[in-house]
Design a protein around this ligand. Structure first.
Ligand code: TRP
Length: 496
């Protein structure tokens, strides 16, 4: 039998990792983060976050994943059986993220459909908030179910099932080999076109105009670290899982650097496109860029449709291309976040890939229906803070302790360096994974907690408690259910 869980080639691994990293975070999140956190000045914390956090941590994640050749949970059980509960917390929280991520992909699917006939009409703002989302900014809309959104979200889950139930190299591997390069090509086209629009330079000078004074504010550092985490899918078991499927001859250091480079190039590139378009719009409407620019949702689902309206027929080509790009970026990321829990339950309950993916897609599809209500956008915002600011950062801290200290990061050095021609790990790397990153994480974590406390409203607290309960109870159930295979406690290590 062909191995269900092995990449066909090392290139498939790198492309799949780029597919995981390049997602909604690059297109709809990054441009706004860059703009609102000091523009050009943002590059200082951003580059530091890449060097001191992303590069060392990604390499650590890859190395340990490669070594255990199994799911995150199974590796934790092997490393410290008492930590199994934690070994489930991370996959479950990533699954919670997958569910809300599927919402935005669903919205994008709707816009992809609408873009063929500019179905958002002359006033995209009203269309989005009043006609489509019927958004409420509290839980009051939780019972107003919107079937149109539900259908598009379920389409996303169906696509994820369609790809992920196949053996790795025939499903995920092949899809990433085709669609990830395509994603870059289409984005290149969109950006080049946007740069040629009149007014593009207005948008760009607004974007990059550096505000150095912000460097003294804690917020922009938090924003940079948060962005790098989210954008690179760091610490969420995605890199770990994908690296566990690699072949023995993989050069993990260079692969990691390629992934980071491609991801960061993509998001900065996307920002050029986004702000050129905003500049064009500013020129057409006489409104300053600062008044047009907005956060993710409004940016791509309001500002963009407005531009496609102004562009006339060209908008009918550019619109579908743009929403299609966002769609692929989203699906290839969702596939990787989905994979983390999927492989964990395959390992513990001796399920085939086909069965595990079917069960999880059904559960995920059903759970995502919470977001197909008027309160969907509201709950999504809170779930995002819960996952990214609270659980993941703390979890990465625990990962550092487990991987760098208990597993002993030193063990990886000879093996990794042996495969890497140009870049070698040494003391600086150890210092990062053992000391610098854990300390940075604690600082970021308290900052995130502060943001959470600022939410305060009763409804937000209810959502947070429900999410925490779901997380704890499902992780407990997974921990307590007996393993269906003796293999659960046996994990071969590849690095001796
Ligand atoms: N990196 C993805 C993006 O930029 C989102 C993401 C964050 C993710 N964490 C993840 C994807 C974990 C897969 C797994 O949109």
């Amino acid at each position: 039998m062909a191995n269900e869980n092995k990449w066909g080639s090392n290139i498939a691994f790198v492309l799949a990792m780029i597919g995981s990293a390049v997602g909604l975070g690059n297109i709809w999140r990054y441009p706004y983060v860059l703009y609102s956190n000091g523009g050009g000045a943002f590059y200082i914390p951003y580059l530091l976050a890449i060097i001191s956090l992303a590069i060392p941590f990604l390499i650590l994640e890859y190395g340990v994943g490669y070594n255990y050749q199994s799911s995150f949970t199974k590796a934790i059980v092997k490393l410290k059986p008492k930590f199994e509960f934690y070994g489930w917390i991370l996959p479950v929280v990533v699954f919670i993220m997958t569910v809300y991520y599927s919402t935005i992909i669903g919205w994008d699917g709707i816009y992809l459909f609408l873009s063929f006939f500019k179905g958002w009409g002359a006033d995209p703002n009203t269309y989005l908030n009043v006609n489509l989302l019927q958004a409420t900014d509290s839980l009051s809309g939780a019972f107003n179910f919107i079937p149109f959104i539900a259908v598009f979200m379920l389409v996303g889950w169906f696509i994820v099932w369609l790809i992920s139930h196949k053996n790795l190299d025939e499903g995920l591997g092949r899809v990433c080999e085709i669609f990830v390069p395509l994603l870059f090509v289409v984005m290149l086209f969109i950006v080049i076109f946007s740069l040629t629009l009149p007014g593009a330079s207005i948008g760009l000078s607004e974007l990059f105009n550096p505000d150095w004074s912000l460097l003294w504010h804690f917020d922009i550092w938090m924003a940079a670290f948060g962005q790098i985490f989210f954008s690179l899918s760091l610490g969420m078991g995605a890199g770990f899982t994908y690296a566990s499927y690699t072949n023995d001859d993989i050069d993990l250091i260079s692969s990691g650097l390629k992934v980071i480079f491609a991801n960061c190039a993509f998001e900065n590139f996307a920002a050029l496109g986004v702000f050129s378009i905003l500049g064009y719009m500013s020129l057409q409407s006489g409104t300053p860029v600062s008044e047009i620019v907005s956060q993710g949702t409004t940016l791509i689902f309001v500002a963009y449709p407005q531009v496609f309206n102004i562009l006339g027929t060209i908008g009918l080509v550019l619109g579908p291309l743009f929403f299609f790009t966002v769609y692929i970026a989203g699906i290839t990321s969702m596939l990787s976040s989905f994979e983390v829990l999927s492989i964990s339950i395959q390992n513990k309950f001796a399920l085939s890939r086909r069965k595990a993916t079917l069960i999880l897609c059904i559960i995920g599809g059903l759970a995502s229906m919470v977001y197909a209500t008027s309160a969907g956008g509201y709950i999504l915002g809170i779930a995002d803070i819960f996952v990214n600011n609270i659980v993941v950062i703390l979890s990465v801290f625990v990962e550092c302790i487990l991987f760098a200290w208990i597993f002993k990061a030193e063990r990886l050095i000879d093996f990794m360096n042996g495969r890497s021609k140009h870049f070698k790990l040494g003391k600086w790397w150890l210092a990062h994974v053992k000391y610098i990153i854990p300390i940075l994480l604690l600082v970021i974590w308290f900052g995130g907690l502060y943001e959470l406390i600022a939410l305060k409203t009763t409804d937000a607290v209810i959502v947070l408690i429900v999410l925490a309960l779901i997380l704890i109870i499902s992780s407990l159930i997974f921990t307590l259910l007996p393993a269906k295979t003796k293999e659960w406690f046996k994990t071969e290590e590849r690095i001796k």
